[in-house]
Every structure is written in C-alpha cells, then in structure tokens.
Ligand binder design. Structure first.
Ligand SMILES: [Zn+2]
Length: 498
C-alpha cells in the first residue's frame, strides 16, 4: 500500500545503482530510479553532513553531470533551488531516472573513495534522497567486476538483485567496501556473528586480532546485557601511512588505520582503541540516540548539548573496556585516565566555553579565537569517570554508570525513542535515586574547576602532579576502607572467559 506524502508524491522503492567505468578518475556513476503516484516537480537532494561528525560538509560539492529522464528516455528539465537541491520538472511522469557522477577521492572512515583497486562507498557522500521520502524502502546495487567481493552489514537479496535497506536512514548507515583483495575473518559470540574485513596491506596474525576483538565484544555485550544484531561487520581499511579514523554505524563500523603492524605496541593500542570505541557506539549513539539526530534532516544542522555524553563517555568506556578486557594493565589504565584529566584540565577553552556549549557549537567549531575551544571527547571522558564514581559512592557500590546505560537502552532504544536533551541527567537521577543539578550546573553548563580527588577518593584513588614535570599521576591510596576496595574492584571487574 502506498500513500501520498506532504509534497504530493508517493514513491514505492528508490533504486540506486553505482558503476565505475573509469575508476582511476574517482567518479562513481550513480543512477536513481523511482516511480511515483502524483505529478509535478520532483526534488532530489544531497546531504550536507553525516551522523558521527557534526559539521557541515556539503557533499553536493562532489556532484557533477546531473541529468533527469522519463522512463522512455525523454530529458526532463531541472534547476537547482539551493546548494543541495535539484528540482526536476517531471510533470505527469511517474517513472523518473536521475543520473549524475559523484567524485570519491577521500580515504577516511566517513567519505567515499574509488580507484582501480577498490570501491569504498559511504552512501551519505554519494547518494541523493527525495525530501519527504526518507522512510521509503531502497535498494542499492553495483556493476562491479566479478572477482570483486562486497563487504557490508546489509544482506544481499537475490530476488531483488541488490541490497535492500528499509529506508534512506538505514542505507546511509551502511558502508560498503568492494574489492578483489578483501580478507574476511569472523567469530560467533552471544548468538551473533562478527566479521572482521580487511582491505589493504598489513602485518598481523588474524588469530591474535580475533581473540582480542572477541574480548572487547565480550566485555561490552556483558555490560549492556544485550546484543542488538545478528551480524556485525568491522570494515578495517589498512593504510601504509600513519592514520587513524573510525565511524560508527548500527551494525558495522569503518576504521581506517595505518601503518598496520600489530607487533608495534602503538599500532595495536590504536587499533584496539578504535575498535572498542566504535563498538560501544552500537549502544551509545546508534541505539541510545539523541532526539536531535534520531531521524535527522541531513540538509541542516541538528543541535544538541549532549555530544559530551555520546562521544566523551564513549571514550570513557573505550578505555574502561580495554582495562576490563585485560588489554590494558591497571597501571596503563590509571595513567591513561591521569593523562585524560590533565588534557582536560590544561585546555584553556574549558574556562571560556561550557562542555554543553562545545557540543552545541560543534557545527561552528573549533572556535576561531585562540584558547576558547576544547574537545567534548576529552571533557565527556572525564565527566563520565566522575559520574561513575559519584553514583557508586551514593549507592554504596550498588549501582554505577553501567546501570545508567542499561536504563537508557531499556527506556529509549527498546522503545524506539530518541533521548531528549535532559534524558541523560534524568537517567542518572533515576539510577542514583538522587539529584545531579549541582553537578550539571557546575561542570556541564558551567565552567567551574573540578576537585578531581573528591571523586577519585571514593575508589581509594589519588591524583597528584609530579612537582618537577607537572605530569599527572593516579595512584591507589596506601590506606583503603572496605568500601573503597570494593568500589575499585567492581569498577575494573573482569569476567573474561573467551
Ligand atoms: Zn565516537
């Protein structure tokens, strides 16, 4: 059954097809086919930004050679009505075909790249949508050379000769790597299959990598108590040069990293760090999702004050995951925390702009005036630690920040609702059964200095600065109460049996 949308259109399925007759030019040839009830002008639009990076990117700048046709091949006139939008004078034509070329020459985790060796597609940077039809089912297909394999979280449907997505939101949340050189490894855990797909050259022992990634999966699924997919795909793109970038999706992640040598401690650390970070986003941001970006309008900014929660606290859980999984020693983890606190404490911008405002202003960030900016990745990491310890303290080790995320999952993700701006504070207060107004006033909406040891002490930890170098350290106090001992061990508790 189909019904008209507000623009007087009604589109069944939108079919996207990508080909690359001259891959060395880095141009995807895109064809969009749709059939509609209704008549009149038809708009198509490129996104201006992508979830995961809250700045305007204007992907329309990659588009050339736009054309529109009727099903019989008759040319349909069009004009651009704003920087992102093409309006086609489609008249009574019900079947419309759009063709254009999309330049793809950025090799990071969020954009698209094409050459003779691979087609790397982040659909958001190459595929247009029909405004008002974001919830219309779509199918994507490719004219790839036969020996090129396809890796993606979407399932191929033989009868439809393509990869169906329930709507445009799911389509742009589903990256692809298509290449003759893909190497795929996998394991099952908790009723789900995890695939690790590698594109590019590197030195690594697949068994070792699988084992360590499985530990990360184990810690996070154990903490959240739910595995919300049947199949999850890590798309690792290995580069010869130093690089590190990851982007989260609901059932997959793109990680671009190099130079790939797993015997190098620094590389291994960055690899595990990105892996744990993007996997935690499966819950935080992909399913526990701020209302502002729940089903966003990709043509304009989507404002929220809470990115310090979804990115910053995800950083907190990244490091904590590695500690709980035994991939960090306790000493390494405590030093990592001390370094993070020092980075936040020394950021001059933290006295000028609140944590909430760095999230809101991410669309214009970083601010131009020197010393007025700081990262919500770092501030949220620190605030996550303080809130975790504060909840544990207030509830005599009965509850923790882990409970807050489980509560948010049950309350929002499972009910298919976006989290409102005040939802995170309400969840904290629900779990701790007490108010957090003063904390938020001082450290989230305000720019007050934090007395870190007021929180660290709850778990018997002490932050000090080396008198000579000024470098921050965190140590366990010599004298510990039973409650402090218990909090420390609950916090780092490790139930690894994989
Ligand atoms: Zn992130």
């Amino acid at each position: 059954m189909r019904s008209m949308n507000a623009n007087g259109q009604s589109v069944d399925t939108i079919r996207y097809h990508l080909s690359w007759p001259q891959p060395h030019t880095h141009y995807f040839h895109v064809q969009i086919e749709l059939s509609r009830l209704g008549s009149g002008d038809l708009e198509v639009r490129m996104p201006a930004w992508r979830p995961g990076r809250y700045i305007i990117q204007n992907y329309a700048r990659y588009i050339i050679g736009f054309e529109a046709y009727s099903k019989s091949g008759e040319f349909l006139p069009f004009r651009k009505t704003d920087k992102n939008t093409w309006k086609i004078e489609a008249g009574d034509e019900q079947d419309v075909v759009v063709r254009y070329q999309a330049y793809a020459n950025v090799l990071d985790a969020g954009e698209s790249y094409l050459d003779e060796h691979e087609a790397y597609v982040n659909p958001i940077s190459v595929l247009m949508y029909v405004p008002g039809e974001e919830f219309t089912p779509s199918i994507i297909s490719f004219s790839n050379p036969q020996e090129w394999k396809v890796a993606t979280a979407l399932d191929y449907d033989e009868s439809k000769q393509g990869y169906p997505a329930s709507d445009y939101h799911e389509l742009v949340d589903s990256p692809f790597i298509i290449s003759p050189d893909l190497r795929t490894y996998g394991f099952d855990h908790g009723g789900a299959t995890y695939e690790l797909v590698f594109q590019g050259e590197g030195h690594y022992n697949p068994d070792e990598v699988l084992h360590e990634v499985q530990r990360i999966v184990h810690v996070q699924t154990e903490m959240m108590g739910v595995t919300p997919f049947k199949r999850y795909v890590f798309l690792y793109h290995l580069l010869p040069d130093r690089f590190g970038h990851g982007v989260e999706h609901k059932n997959s992640t793109c990680i671009v990293i190099g130079p790939a040598d797993y015997s190098d401690a620094g590389f291994r650390r960055r690899f595990l760090d990105l892996t744990a970070h993007e996997l935690f986003h499966v819950w935080s941001v992909e399913r526990i999702r701020p209302l502002a970006i729940y089903h966003p309008d990709y043509s304009m900014e989507a404002y929220t004050t809470t990115m310090w929660v979804y990115e910053g606290i995800t950083c907190y859980y990244t490091d904590l995951t590695l500690a709980r999984a035994g991939l960090f020693t306790e000493e390494e983890y405590l030093q990592e925390l001390a370094d993070t606190i020092q980075r936040y404490d020394r950021a001059p911008g933290r006295k000028v702009r609140s944590v909430a405002l760095t999230s809101w202003d991410s669309w214009i960030g970083p601010a131009a005036a020197p010393g007025t900016w700081h990262s919500f990745y770092t501030s949220g990491n620190v605030l996550g630690l303080l809130l975790d310890f504060e909840i544990r303290h207030r509830t005599a080790n009965e509850k923790s920040l882990d409970d807050v995320f489980r509560y948010l999952y049950a309350e929002y993700a499972e009910k298919n609702r976006g989290v409102p701006e005040e939802g995170f504070q309400q969840a904290l207060e629900h779990v701790a059964d007490s108010r957090f107004d003063a904390f938020f006033r001082a450290y989230v909406y305000g720019v007050e200095d934090i007395v870190y040891n007021d929180y660290l002490r709850h778990a018997g930890l002490l932050l000090t600065a080396d008198p000579a170098s000024g470098v921050f350290r965190i140590e366990r106090m010599a004298e510990q109460s039973e409650l402090q001992e218990e909090m420390y061990s609950h916090w780092l508790r490790c139930k690894i049996e994989v």
